[in-house]
Design a protein around this ligand. Structure first.
Ligand code: AHR
Length: 341
């Protein structure tokens, strides 16, 4: 048997026994590490084994920025290689990104559809390429079977219900017998807009005290929240008793407009928001918002675990909804910890 050059060196010969033991320990250590790595599951840090294409809607809110950060951090944690594309609020950019993911032959595609309609063609292309698709945050509307594998995101209908239920409790506690409500909605034809509107409407449907004066599209954007509130105040003035806004960003845009009219948000007008980002929680603590229904952007862990299972050909759950809660003036607000988005 051929020896390596080093084996003839006197020093090596002298320590031959020690080296053999050292080599045995090293082999044992590597074997144990390998087994431990397998038990932790593929895709753990240091073992990038999967390429995930992720198309994000844009950067319209603190929620969205928190969601992007979480997806990136969790991809890193799970050793998933991420091809990330920001669509800047345009569906055509998302469709183009998905086509690029297909051309790159990524293992899994994940995306947050800005609106529900119009995805059939591109998702059929992904299906034909054999690439599984995860819906993140929002749903799509389609007649086609099997275009996506699962949905990881909030139960928006329940969020709307919780907002309406809070309002009923608030009206009871204040002894109010009539409330004029204005609703600032999220992006038209998006899942959170549709379901938050439906859940809220259903919650108050049998309460004759509640009247929705108008629903107006604020597109989930702060500047639109501002514009919407200004035009609602011009139209209805101090007839408005309640603002139900589909996200924090629009709420934070609306509040200064209310103050400019000499009205006190949280007192003269009941303010209900959705998301629960740090800025809105701070304003809730100041008393200018009455209720914030939580919608967590922290979906990255479930996305990575699901992508890893799909790559391994395993079955995944059809719908994953995170646990969410209501923050309001009914509770001890000092108990709310830092939000992280
Ligand atoms: O789809 C989730 C919604 O989108 C969040 O409530 C909103 O802030 C974001 O822009």
């Amino acid at each position: 048997m051929k020896k390596s050059q080093g084996e003839d060196h006197p020093k090596f010969r002298k320590n031959n026994g020690i080296f053999r033991s050292f080599r045995a320990i090293l082999c044992l250590f590597l074997a144990v590490s390998l087994i431990a790595g397998c038990q932790n599951g593929a895709g753990q840090k240091g073992e990038p084994s999967i390429l995930l294409g992720f198309s994000q809607i844009g950067s319209e809110s603190a929620w969205r920025l928190g969601n992007t950060r979480d997806i990136e951090e969790q991809a890193e944690n799970y050793g998933v290689s991420l091809m990330f594309e920001n669509a800047n609020q345009k569906q055509e950019n998302q469709i183009a990104a998905i086509r690029r993911f297909i051309a790159y032959q990524v293992d899994v595609i994940a995306f947050s559809p800005i609106v529900e309609d119009g995805w059939d063609n591109v998702l059929l292309e992904a299906k034909e390429a054999g690439i599984p698709v995860i819906l993140v945050d929002r749903d799509i509307s389609t007649e086609q079977e099997g275009l996506t594998t699962c949905l990881i995101g909030a139960d928006f209908y329940k969020e709307g219900l919780m907002a309406g239920e809070y309002l009923i409790r608030k009206a009871d506690s204040l002894g109010l017998d009539h409330l004029n409500i204005v609703e600032i909605t999220g992006t038209d034809n998006s899942t959170p807009m549709r379901q938050r509107q439906a859940g809220f409407a259903d919650a108050i449907a049998n309460d004759e005290r509640m009247v929705i004066l108008e629903s107006i599209d604020g597109d989930f954007i702060k500047s639109r929240g501002e514009e919407c509130m200004r035009s609602l105040l011009e139209k209805y003035g101090d007839e408005i008793d309640v603002v139900y806004s589909h996200n924090d960003e629009m709420t934070l845009g609306a509040l200064p407009e209310i103050e400019k009219k000499g009205l006190i948000p949280g007192k003269d007008i009941i303010i209900i928001s959705i998301d629960g980002g740090q800025d809105a929680i701070d304003v809730l603590k100041e008393g200018k918002i009455n209720c914030v229904v939580e919608c967590t952007p922290k979906l990255g862990k479930e996305v990575m675990e699901t992508a890893i299972k799909l790559k391994a050909g395993e079955k995944v759950e059809g719908i994953i909804h995170p646990e969410e809660q209501v923050f309001s003036d009914e509770m001890n607000l000092s108990e709310i910890g830092p939000r992280g988005y």
